[in-house]
Write a protein that binds this ligand. Structure first.
Ligand SMILES: Nc1ncnc2c1ncn2[C@@H]1O[C@H](COP(=O)(O)OP(=O)(O)OP(=O)(O)O)[C@@H](O)[C@H]1O
Ligand SMILES: [Mg+2]
Length: 305
């Protein structure tokens, strides 16, 4: 079945609304509320800051649309994800953050009603090319979900899982990757004396760091984290946040979070989404202290959502 046509561009106004600078004395009347335009089914141009565009991209999302049956969940999303940086995706519940993340490693292929158009590229390789081997693609990415999902096996075997799948059996190699990954996930000191114990015996926060260790053991080109701290207490959250800080520079991370403090502390860039659209995307300090759009300011300061 052919997907329905994308929503008309800015159907209510006929042409895209010009960005309104907050804090700047523009002398203009306030422009039409972008969020109302979007809520009415229209499209507004995303405000993507120049600094984002100047970064080399590990991942490029290109005019990506996604439908669940007849309901469109992502509308012409275009955004580069900078290499070696932490990029936070924020926006109200249901705006499509998880859908976008799941689309990156084609987990949405498993949902029968899903249709897409547009593309994404991982280091230049088309993710939606029909010739793309999805199993190989997923090996190039790590994904960590809201609830930790350690496998029912030892801590050690969880971490080296990807290597085992690839047929690695050299104990020296496995031991080294296990230690490096657990150190990288700030978990080594807590588990080094119990590596053969079941991973299911770890606390929730430890399990989540184990899942991150398992993901980084495979040396992914991009690490996708979907609200990795939402099931954790404040202390465990602090540890995972510290870990994300440490991953900065070494890994390319795309993280979904509802926690504005977390986004502002842990990320280099922040993208604000609303009803399946990218609204504004820029360096995190700018998004939190001087966003271009007043809608972004309203969201990050907690005035809606
Ligand atoms: N499997 C599915 N089938 C049908 N609709 C879906 C499915 N998954 C998500 N949706 C819908 O797509 C939209 C985006 O959902 P998504 O889970 O991506 O939002 P989100 O931004 O991650 O929200 P939250 O912050 O609550 O996790 C919502 O309207 C949701 O109801
Ligand atoms: Mg979600």
């Amino acid at each position: 079945m052919k997907p329905p046509s994308p929503a008309p561009i800015n159907s209510s106004a006929g042409k895209p609304a010009a960005p309104e600078k907050i804090g700047a004395a523009t002398g203009r009347q306030p422009v039409a509320d972008r969020l109302a335009t979007v809520a009415a089914g229209g499209q507004v141009p995303a405000e993507v800051h120049d600094l984002v565009r100047r970064e080399p991209a590990v991942l490029e999302i290109d005019q990506f649309n996604l439908w669940y049956g007849t309901k469109q969940a992502l509308h012409a999303v275009s955004m580069p994800i900078p290499h070696g940086k932490v990029t936070a995706l924020v926006g109200p519940s249901g705006c499509g953050k998880s859908t976008l993340l799941r689309s990156v490693n084609r987990l949405n292929d498993l949902v029968p009603s899903v249709r897409i158009s547009g593309d994404m590229r991982l280091n230049g390789d088309s993710i939606y090319d029909p010739r793309m081997d999805v199993i190989e693609l997923r090996k190039r990415m790590g994904m960590v979900f809201q609830r930790p999902n350690p496998f029912p096996m030892s801590i050690y075997e969880n971490v080296v899982y990807a290597l085992r799948i690839d047929g690695e059996s050299n104990r020296g190699v496995l031991d080294e990757v296990c230690e490096t990954s657990l150190r990288g996930a700030a978990l080594w000191d807590e588990v080094k004396d119990r590596l053969s114990d079941s991973a299911l015996g770890l606390s929730g926060g430890q399990q989540q760091r184990l899942c991150i260790a398992r993901a980084i053991a495979a040396e992914p080109e991009v690490l996708l984290l979907d609200e990795p701290c939402s099931a954790l207490d404040p202390i465990a959250t602090g540890k995972v946040e510290d870990l994300i800080q440490e991953l900065r520079g070494r890994y390319s991370v795309l993280i979904v979070t509802h926690n504005m403090q977390q986004a502002s502390r842990s990320s280099d860039y922040t993208a604000f989404m609303y009803l399946g659209r990218l609204i504004e995307y820029g360096p995190t300090p700018d998004i939190f202290t001087k966003p271009v759009l007043r809608e972004t300011e309203a969201y990050v300061t907690g005035r809606f959502g």
